[in-house]
Design a binder for this molecule. Structure first.
Ligand SMILES: *Cc1c(COP(=O)(O)O)cnc(C)c1O
Length: 413
């Protein structure tokens, strides 16, 4: 169905329903003013052109009204992101909130959802998870007085393999279910690009009485999610990667509605208090009966403004269409690599979004050549190049150009 001619790439671009969206983003250029090949939306998404207007609006209100902007606008500002965030992850609107940063939220969620006791105190996670998740989980285990050596069950690929096997995850849940307090996994692995079967893992885990949470840093904005219907207990994601919210933009959380009458442990702040009486400044906490009860502080308006711009785009198109395009871009890339560069090893499986993780002969030297020749992608130790053509601002022609540059790099090896 694919072919390797330039005219084919061009015809894919011409028939692409999302091709016009590239114009809605500011696209990075080299010193000659030519477009770079930006395949790094998995690390930091590009800036929507409307982000500046959203920022300017809030700056103007701050300058013109001072605190009067608070009541009329900023108290409920984060609610502007509720519907789009709910649709993004397949949730009810009461189940999602945009707040804080990703690892911060993981800690707040674990305070509630990791409740170890003598019988059930273990956490199942993937070996070599993103470092921040490893630190967060280890410190939470420590915090409860357990030893990560006893309490962590790390699932890894089989000897000689790079990907997790679904059956191994399920077997591990079966084997350790009675001791597991929590299953905490990356929905889509940041290193390999492998998407897990979150629905099945959730249903098997919950059937064993285990709480199930996911880190969606590489899933949100990349693959379709149905967190509510899958029955996931909680999830968290950042918004500066695929979602183009800007560096350090505030993060998202999902808490299934079955937990909204929560009486367990939770760290509190005034932004989680009932909205009707919050400004009466009562001394006892009356939680909002939604995931918003987990909010601590008032929202960072200037950080949220660009995210409002990008989430409008995601909301308008919808995740099914966005994933379809991202998957086509990575499938086309895979086709060209297999056809013309058989020495390149592709790690990422068919269960994926737009990212392909590849291993190339020459490793870092080849990566540096790509970089010097106008390609922005990233290198992850020990030997992987992550290539992520983003469905909203990349083209099939760029994928074809990328493979040409990679070919030149490999010819020098
Ligand atoms: C990007 C990423 C993070 C980043 O954490 P921050 O708190 O936003 O700095 C954490 N976990 C995973 C899996 C990631 O991919």
């Amino acid at each position: 169905m694919y072919d390797s001619s330039k005219s084919f790439a061009l015809s894919m671009d011409q028939n692409d329903r999302l091709s016009s969206y590239r114009q809605q983003f500011n696209y990075p250029k080299n010193h000659l003013g030519e477009d770079l090949i930006y395949f790094c939306g998995n690390s930091l998404g590009l800036q929507p052109k409307t982000a500046t207007d959203q920022m300017k609006k809030e700056f103007a209100i701050w300058s013109e009204k001072g605190v009067l902007g608070q009541e009329s606008r900023w108290v409920a500002y984060h609610e502007r992101l509720t519907r789009s965030s709910a649709n993004l992850v397949g949730a009810n609107e009461t189940e999602v909130v945009i707040m804080n940063a990703l690892t911060v939220n993981i800690h707040f969620l674990l305070i509630s959802f990791y409740q170890p006791n003598e019988k059930k105190f273990k956490i199942l996670m993937e070996k070599d998870a993103f470092p921040s998740d490893q630190y967060a989980i280890q410190s939470q285990i420590d915090f409860h007085g357990y030893d990560p050596k006893d309490a962590l069950i790390e699932i890894s690929p089989r000897q000689g393999e790079k990907l997790l096997r679904h059956e191994d995850i399920i077997d591990s849940i079966d084997e350790h279910g009675d001791e597991l307090a929590l299953i905490y996994l990356g929905g889509l692995n940041y290193y390999t690009g492998q998407a897990l079967d979150m629905e099945n893992i959730t249903s098997v885990g919950r059937a064993r009485g285990v709480t199930v949470g996911f880190n969606l840093a590489h899933s949100a904005g990349n693959v379709p999610l149905e967190l509510h219907d899958w029955g996931v207990d909680f999830a968290a994601w950042c918004t500066y990667k695929y979602l183009c919210g800007g560096p350090g933009s505030p993060a998202g959380i999902f808490i299934h509605e079955r937990h909204h009458d929560w009486e367990g442990p939770r760290l509190l702040g005034w932004w989680g208090h009932d909205k009707g009486s919050r400004f009466d400044m009562p001394s006892s906490f009356d939680p909002i009966p939604t995931s918003e009860a987990w909010q601590i502080s008032n929202a960072p308006i200037m950080g949220m403004a660009p995210l409002i711009a990008s989430m409008e785009i995601f909301e308008k198109i919808g995740m099914d269409t966005i994933h379809q395009k991202g998957f086509q871009l990575s499938s086309y890339l895979k086709f060209l690599l297999i056809e013309s560069l058989p020495k390149v090893k592709i790690i990422t499986p068919d269960e994926r979004g737009c990212q392909l993780s590849i291993v190339v002969p020459g490793g870092k030297v080849v990566f540096d050549f790509l970089h010097d020749n106008g390609v922005v992608c990233d290198w992850r130790n020990p030997d992987v190049i992550r290539v992520a053509p983003h469905p909203l601002f990349n083209t099939f022609t760029e994928v074809s150009k990328f493979v040409d540059i990679l070919k030149r790099a490999l010819e020098r090896q």
